[in-house]
Design a protein around this ligand. Sequence first.
Ligand code: FE2
Ligand code: FE2
Length: 512
Amino acid sequence: MERLNQIGIDLSSEKNLNRLLENIVTRVRGFTNCDAGTLYRVNEKKQTLSFEIMQTESTGYYAGGTTENKISLPPVPLFVDGEPNHSNVSAHVCVTKEIVNIPDVYEAEGFDFTGPKKYDEKTGYRTESMLVVPMLDHSDKVIGVLQLINALSPEGEHMPFPSRFESMVRSLASQAAVAINNALLIAEIENLFKALVHYTVKAIDARSPHTAGHSSRVAKLSKRIAQDINLQQFGPFADIHFTDDQIEEVWVAGIMHDVGKIGVPEAILEKRNKLDGAKFDRVLERFDHIRDMMLMRAAVDNATHGKPLRDLSDGLKQQLQEWEEDREFILWVNKPGFLAPEKKEHLDAIAAKTFLDIDGNEQPYIEPLEFENFSVVKGNLTDEERKQIKQHVVETSKLLNKLPFTEKLRRVPEYAGSHHEWINGKGYPKGLKGDEIPLVSRIMCVADVWDALTAQDRPYKPPIPPDKSVEILRSAAEHEEFDKDVVELFVSHRLWEKKPGEISEFADDEND
Ligand SMILES: [Fe+2]
Ligand SMILES: [Fe+2]
């Protein structure tokens, strides 16, 4: 009884379905001391029993579950022509909820054992005794069938299953059924949570074409890096192992790392030039107006002096030439890039210029806010805009800290909130250094930057090819911005490439 209880307790702690199914067969075989066992699960929709786990200890045959061996046997129908399938022993047990205990299948009557016999013929195995038990859950519903084969005597000889096992195995099978239901329920809730997060974040990302799909790619890449770290037996990551739960935590932190961007105005997220759209059009229109005013005033002047209207003085020609150069310069300076000191002087000179508008009022060529934007030395964002963008990670932390994450996702807010920290302490928001930054955040930092560099969907810049992006990552690692070991692993194992056999959990993930 004690062993029985212990097995029940152990089973209820396994939340991974495949491992759980495997454990059930192994533990029940151990308990009854039998050579082989098969676990079937009921497929309610199709009304069949599907093979989930097959184990034969004496031949070393293990299939289904977490093994590489897939079971190709067709499912067993529970009904044939609308009638319960009593000829197959497992189907019979499933539909009647009765236990079947057979000393020797070759001498048994009433069931069709051509399946096991064919198997014996092919493999030289001898199927003899069989104990077939329904797996009833808390509501007395059959969710599977356990088929145990060849009980062994202390000498290792095949023997019938003692009848005293029947009720014990029945109880064990039911505990296993409850454990399976729990595992399925937890998996369902987790899948719902993940899908909810995935699609919510997708919607946030889609606000800007610059970031569409970014978060799910960062989540996927981060998870891949963590999984690759698990494979390392030598080097800096030899002693680091992420459990399955921790890998999930990496994914969730990855997918949520930029949720704080919901608070950043779209105009900033989408900003391509120093001034965009109408704001820049206003500058160009003003320039046109400046030229028109020059020409108009010259024409009026000519008229009052009796000269032909279109006569241009040398002074005016000079002014128009300058105007042309200034306009060209404004077009150039509006593009993101580097503003060298001599270029800044030209900008200052333009900013100092004024003209008389139609009412005779003195107006600047460019307004203070325009000047501030054009004065950006690197890129296209002003200090204030940069501050607002950086604020997204603070907002991410605030938002995630409010969510009641489960114990195993406890560190998601911390991980997500540190994805812009740098090893040298020059990152943000906290300026953490080296090991103060959690490894998961250091992983996410690399995945994040990689995606920003190589993304196809940023309209303001073409994607940077992988070899060039690798150089950028390495140089940032050299400057102690990113974690050197993570970068080296990522680069040397080419982790941005999808590995064969890797599957996406979300159908639309591939298009991200
Ligand atoms: Fe970010
Ligand atoms: Fe990001």
